[in-house]
Every structure is written in structure tokens, then in C-alpha cells.
Design a protein around this ligand. Structure first.
Ligand SMILES: Nc1ncnc2c1ncn2[C@@H]1O[C@H](COP(=O)(O)OP(=O)(O)OP(=O)(O)O)[C@@H](O)[C@H]1O
Ligand SMILES: O=P(O)(O)OC[C@H]1O[C@H](OP(=O)(O)OP(=O)(O)O)[C@H](O)[C@@H]1O
Ligand SMILES: [Mg+2]
Length: 291
């Protein structure tokens, strides 16, 4: 039986949606309820806590398994086992980046040009100090508790912050000087729990369901029928994960074809398949893809 800790904040909504899609629906009395449950025999305790704290709790063995960002694992320098990247962020399926940024019109083009005593605001002081040491810059690192972009230029000269879509940087007239880290959301385990064969098997099941749900995103199943004479033409334009499944239809000179295809592009693909001779075309949503 696993204890699980999920992130409150930026990743909360996307995490709840992912668990739902993975058939591991998280039940809570309300959004403010940080004690939750999942109706699954492998999971007996669920908490929703700040992602900054999650790596430390996992290292200490307060939970077996959790979800947090690579940024907080690096910042807290926690000794945990990663079961892999889960490709989602707050708004997109892309990773976030921890970047150093300065005002558009600042004179510096690289980190090593920053003058001694430069003031840098960040929610990642440990990572920032390591990065500045590497570049031989002596700076004053000021801890931030959010709204970091708003502190330049009057309170500090530069910031180290997260960027996903880039919109916060644009709105605040900031330019990226360097990238410290590309950070994915990760499924992370306590080391001792991971060494326990039974717990590890349960963790791998959870991982498989989550990854299966992520892989299914943006894909649909297309099914169609086609006369033998047109089969080649249809297969020539049908994309697929490996190769399309072709079955003969009973009592006729026709085949059924099915294939998993990217949802993006279906708008041009379906009319093209029809023109190639396909008929009875079905587009079916997919919940999971497991290799
Ligand atoms: N667009 C994003 N902005 C910030 N954090 C993101 C974003 N997308 C994913 N994350 C991840 O979410 C985690 C940060 O979430 P956290 O709850 O600490 O911050 P938050 O949502 O910014 O909270 P607050 O709104 O109180 O600042 C990090 O691991 C980070 O990598
Ligand atoms: O590139 P973007 O898509 O604009 O996302 C990045 C922004 O999101 C986060 O802010 P958050 O919402 O956590 O507010 P905060 O600064 O108060 O923590 C992060 O600190 C950036 O400011
Ligand atoms: Mg924040």
C-alpha cells in the first residue's frame, strides 16, 4: 500500500485531470481539502501539499510516492528516485525552464558580465547561488515569495524564475540571459520504498497508468472500411503508431482498417481518406496507450 503526495498550486489542476484520465480519480471534499483519497487497492493515503516541500518529505520517508517538479528536487538537493518525467506543466505539455532574466535594455549579454554586488531575486536561492559560483559572479541573492518579475528594475537588477509560455517575461519587459534548468514534472519515490518489491510493483503500475493517459492525449483511433481495389490508396495516406491493422470483412471484397493517429491533422485526413475510397469512417477517442 502506497502513500502518495500530490502538488497543490500550479500543477494541481493538471495533476487532478491526469489522475482522472488514468482511472485514479482523486476524491476530495473540496479544493481546500488537502486530505484526499483514491479508490485503488494500491494507494491508501493521499495528501495535497506544496511542491517545494514534496522532495524533502519523500526523502524523509513521510510518503512513498509523489509528484513534483525537477526544479524543486534540484533546489532542495533531495535524494529521491525518479520513476520518470510526466510531460505536463501548468498550461502546456512542455517543460518549464528556470531562467535568469534582466530588463530588455540592460547592458549585460551573459551571466559572467554581471557586476559584483548585482541584486538577484528568486524563489530558487540555492540553485541561483550554485549557478553564480560556477560563473564566478559575486551577487546578492534575495529570496522571493512570488511575483518575482515585478521586482525588476527598482528592487533588484535581475531575477531567476520559471518560464513556461514566456508571457510573464514579455509583460514585464524582461529578456532571458541564460537557462539554469529545464524542469519536467516527475513521478518521484522514497528510496527505501522503491527498494521494497511489492511497493515498487505498485509504483510501476501507477506510473504505467499515468504515462498511458499522457500518451493517449492528442491521439484518436480511426476505423474505416474500404473496397479491396482502394485499399492500397487508403494505406498510403493512413498514418499509424506502428502499422495499421487490416482485417477482411466477412462475405465481401472489402477490408476494415484501424489506426491510432494524431488528432491534429484529422481535419485534413478524414476527407482525404474518403476521397481515396474509404467509407464508414469512425473517429474514436482514446483514454490510454500502453506500449
Ligand atoms: N507555468 C508554471 N509556473 C510555475 N510553476 C509551474 C508552471 N508549470 C509547472 N510548474 C511547476 O509547478 C511547481 C510550482 O508550483 P507551486 O505550487 O510551487 O507554485 P505556484 O503555483 O507558483 O504557487 P503560487 O501561485 O503560490 O506561487 C514547480 O515544480 C514548477 O516547475
Ligand atoms: O511563462 P509563463 O507561462 O508566464 O509562466 C511563468 C510564470 O508562472 C509562475 O508564476 P506564478 O503563477 O506561480 O505566480 P507567482 O510569481 O506569484 O509565484 C512563474 O513564477 C512565472 O512568473
Ligand atoms: Mg509561483
Amino acid at each position: 500500500m502506497l502513500s502518495l503526495v500530490l502538488p497543490k498550486g500550479s500543477l494541481e489542476k493538471a495533476t487532478m485531470q491526469l489522475f482522472d484520465a488514468a482511472d485514479l480519480t482523486v476524491r476530495r471534499a473540496s479544493d481546500r481539502d488537502y486530505r484526499a483519497s483514491i479508490d485503488d487497492p494500491r494507494i491508501d493515503r493521499v495528501r495535497v501539499l506544496r511542491p517545494q516541500e514534496i522532495p524533502t518529505y519523500l526523502e524523509q520517508g513521510l510518503f512513498d510516492l509523489g509528484i513534483t517538479g525537477r526544479d524543486w528536487i534540484t533546489e532542495t538537493d533531495s535524494d529521491v528516485v525518479s520513476l520518470g518525467e510526466l510531460q505536463y506543466s501548468k498550461a502546456t505539455s512542455n517543460p518549464v525552464r528556470v531562467i535568469m532574466a534582466v530588463p530588455e535594455d540592460a547592458p549585460w549579454q551573459s551571466v559572467s558580465e554581471l557586476p559584483e554586488g548585482v541584486r538577484i531575486s528568486t524563489e530558487f536561492p540555492a540553485m541561483t547561488k550554485r549557478f553564480l559560483d560556477k560563473h564566478g559572479v559575486k551577487a546578492k541573492v534575495v529570496p522571493s515569495y512570488g511575483a518575482t518579475e515585478a521586482k525588476v528594475p527598482d528592487i533588484v537588477d535581475a531575477i531567476v524564475d520559471l518560464t513556461e509560455t514566456g508571457s510573464s517575461l514579455r509583460k514585464n519587459g524582461l529578456r532571458i540571459l541564460d537557462t539554469l534548468l529545464t524542469s519536467y514534472t516527475e513521478l518521484v519515490a522514497n528510496r527505501e520504498a522503491y527498494e521494497d518489491a511489492e511497493k515498487r510493483a505498485a509504483m510501476e503500475d501507477v506510473s504505467l497508468l499515468l504515462q498511458g493517459a499522457i500518451r493517449a492525449r492528442g491521439n484518436v483511433l480511426l476505423k474505416l472500411n474500404v473496397a479491396q481495389a482502394d485499399l492500397r490508396k487508403v494505406l498510403d495516406i493512413m498514418p499509424s503508431m506502428s502499422s495499421p491493422t487490416v482485417t477482411s470483412l466477412a462475405g465481401g471484397d472489402s477490408s476494415a482498417v484501424e489506426s491510432v493517429v494524431a488528432k491534429r491533422g484529422v481535419n485534413t485526413l478524414i476527407p482525404a481518406l474518403k476521397a481515396a475510397g474509404a467509407h464508414d469512417i469512425l473517429e474514436i477517442p482514446i483514454s490510454k496507450i500502453v506500449d
